[in-house]
Design a protein around this ligand. Sequence first.
Ligand code: ADP
Ligand code: MG
Length: 339
Amino acid sequence: MADIIRLLPDHVANQIAAGEVVQRPSSVVKELLENAIDAGATEIKLIVKGGGKTLIQVVDNGKGMSITDARLSFERHATSKIEKAEDLFNLNTKGFRGEALASIAAIAHVEMMTKTEADEVGTHIKIEGSKISSQEVAVVPKGTSMLVKNLFFNIPARRNFLKSDQVEYRHITDEFHRVALAHPQIAFHFYNNGSEVFILSANDFRKRIVSIFGRKSNEKLVPVQEDTQVVRISGFVQKPEFAKKSRGEQFFFANNRFIKSPYLHHAILGAFEGLVKPGTHPGYFLNLEVDPSTIDINIHPTKTEVKFDDEHTLYAYLKSAVKHSLGQFNVVPALDFEQ
Ligand code: ADP
Ligand code: MG
């Protein structure tokens, strides 16, 4: 019988990988913002149109790319962030898989303009469905601009699966909040359909929270701070009386990366026990700094689920740190209900 196994062409492999990396427009926003941060940007502009389905643009003032790197960046597994397997255990960057740009370029119309400090002129690349259609010299400032249009243009099933502009926009806002909160020292500008949504100047964490969630959020915050051998915990919890039925303003950041952790959420609920009505959720903005070698980020392509080496200890420290803060700030139950 004839042999029937073959290696898939790159553009097909990219399209398959894209299915995992890019679920919706907000996934593109996340990847592009993270690349800008990894490039050392101090100022990042995000522009979206039509819930991100029509257009997503991220402009940064980071280190930019050389003409050759600019082309290479769209190849799968092309990355400047790790070199060898061991590097995976000591990550200091958001990215490392070298998959995002290859995936995005496989399923959208992409234009990149980029220039390094050292180069006199920059480069302007157009790529669609994994094929570079043009690369030209461009007079642009140092940094990178990534423009992504017509997401899923070549996968009608995925395009049709996307929700309304409003719903997709809401996902983008959620993603923006996470990234902007994780990096208060970076200035962000966010525009939607031509109007300004946020102009956030470089700030400390508390001021960043307030500039996103409004002036009223300031009085809700109780600082949390605890340094231990395994973790440095910092940030804020909201006073118990502001706990809500709906989940929402709950953020964990592990080494400046937004993470989801039902387990650690439970630790917070434990600390609030008796202070909030059962079934309501207190808000929190908590940074967990751990040794990068004690956290595994490479569990899922989107990297929001992570694995800590010593989750139980972390849980205990977190719960006691929050309890301590609530006690110290004399936070007493504002609600009359029976335990
Ligand atoms: P990863 O971030 O995992 O390395 P990406 O596909 O997101 O993979 O990006 C590939 C490479 O392109 C990066 O490693 C980086 O060298 C380069 N790159 C991407 N975006 C930018 C940017 N905004 N500024 C500078 N370099 C970038
Ligand atoms: Mg990346």
